[in-house]
Write a protein that binds this ligand. Structure first.
Ligand code: ADP
Ligand code: ADP
Length: 223
């Protein structure tokens, strides 16, 4: 489902070269939930960005469902992403002037979905946010904001959900609720999930933990 072959990433900033990924290969089967753990600066975000097609590797190849996404041009890659991949980040990046309903329906509108609004209502209801649909992000608690962000990430039924420290900004109870929600989505929709986290308690919900250090995979642990 997600295949990476010898991915390298070099960041170049004012003459400084940072080798962020030093040759990562992996193969994640459909429907698996995988955690990526490692110290700060080890390359977790870089890896997730490349696997999700937000960024290109300097070398190597990424295939999602047999599509070589490293070969796609910007515009095709953006299209592929909107259709197939959902993202959740540590900070929710919801649009502050928009309600929960508007934030969640937006990606579906952009994809030309005529049922964008009713779909958004259905997802928000499922995530226990029915009485929050007309709230703006500032009127929601941290846990609610992150659930709205997850609703937005999944409205186009992505095959893959990529979550970069999705619970990093939440207290432990909300973190647990969010990871249980992600697990439920993983199981009920056979959605492949990749989560970068520092939190062992969060990683325990996954099928595998990829330990990365200095831009390399140090080991793969089965849970
Ligand atoms: P992690 O998510 O594990 O903290 P990152 O993928 O963010 O690690 O970073 C890996 C390395 O790449 C770090 O040394 C970081 O400073 C560097 N890096 C990340 N993003 C950039 C960037 N846009 N430009 C230059 N260096 C970067
Ligand atoms: P949690 O601990 O579940 O994240 P909080 O204790 O932060 O929730 O918030 C409790 C309730 O108060 C939430 O349902 C939220 O909608 C509401 N709330 C939180 N912050 C605000 C705010 N700034 N304005 C309006 N309502 C808020």
């Amino acid at each position: 489902m997600i295949k990476a072959e010898n991915i390298k990433k070099i960041y170049q900033t004012n003459g400084d070269r940072v080798l962020a990924l030093k040759g990562i290969s992996l193969n994640i089967e459909k429907g698996l939930m995988v955690a990526v753990m490692g110290p700060s600066g080890s390359g977790k975000s870089t890896l997730l960005h490349i696997l999700g097609g937000i960024d290109y590797p300097t070398e190597g190849k990424v295939e999602i469902d047999d599509v070589d996404i490293t070969n796609l041009k910007d515009k095709q890659l953006a299209e592929f992403r909107n259709k197939n991949i959902g993202f959740v980040f540590q900070f929710h990046y919801l649009l502050p002037e928009f309600t929960a309903l508007e934030n969640v329906s937006l990606p579906a509108y952009l994809a030309g979905d005529k049922n964008a609004e009713s779909k958004a209502v259905a997802i928000l209801t499922k995530l226990n946010l029915k009485d929050r649909i007309n709230h703006k992000p500032s009127q929601l608690s941290g846990g609610e904001q992150q659930r709205v962000a997850i609703a937005r990430a999944i409205i186009n039924n992505p095959k893959v959900l990529i979550a970069d420290e999705p619970t990093g900004n939440l207290d432990s109870q909300n973190a647990k609720n969010v990871i249980m929600l992600i697990k439920e989505l993983n199981e009920s929709f056979d959605m492949t999930v990749i989560i970068a986290t520092h939190d062992v308690e969060i990683a325990k919900y996954c099928d595998y933990i990829y330990h990365i250090k200095d831009g390399m995979i140090e080991g793969i642990e089965k849970i």
